[in-house]
Design a protein around this ligand. Structure first.
Ligand SMILES: [Zn+2]
Length: 142
């Protein structure tokens, strides 16, 4: 196959049968190259789409991880706030070692130690069970 320069020379002059075949062959080769390039372009497009899809998938995964981490952080913040609140609440009580119950410092009212373990403040009532007091939630005497 001739160079494109040769082909131009041929087509700019009146050409014979042999030259016509050469031009035809050149055009055929060009078409083949164009087809190859189109196939390569198509491959590159597909690769780009795959790469884009992979990136989008990764971005989506990272976004999900961020959401999960944010949930954990929020939960930990709540737990810390609750722990601080409970610490403050607990500081308002003294533990009565003799009775094994909590006594409110200001009101001197008795509170259930079992409920305290669950971070709940349940006032004890005068007992009609075994002990001096009983808890209406735990139904235990103290
Ligand atoms: Zn209780």
């Amino acid at each position: 196959m001739g160079s494109i320069g040769d082909i131009y020379k041929i087509v700019q002059t009146a050409f014979n049968q042999t030259q016509a075949i050469e031009v035809q062959a050149f055009i055929f080769d060009l078409q083949t190259k164009i087809n190859e390039l189109q196939a390569q372009t198509s491959d590159l497009k597909e690769q780009n789409l795959n790469a884009k899809s992979d990136l989008q998938e990764k971005i989506f995964q990272y976004q999900q991880q961020i959401v999960e981490l944010q949930k954990i952080i929020d939960q930990q913040k709540r737990e810390i706030a609750d722990a601080l609140d409970w610490k403050k609440t607990k500081s308002e009580y003294n533990f009565d070692d003799r009775l094994g119950i909590w006594i409110h410092k200001t009101t001197s009212k008795p509170f259930c130690p079992k409920c305290f373990d669950r971070k709940a403040e349940t006032p004890l009532r005068g007992s009609n069970h075994n002990g001096i007091y009983y808890c209406p939630v735990c139904n235990l005497g103290f």
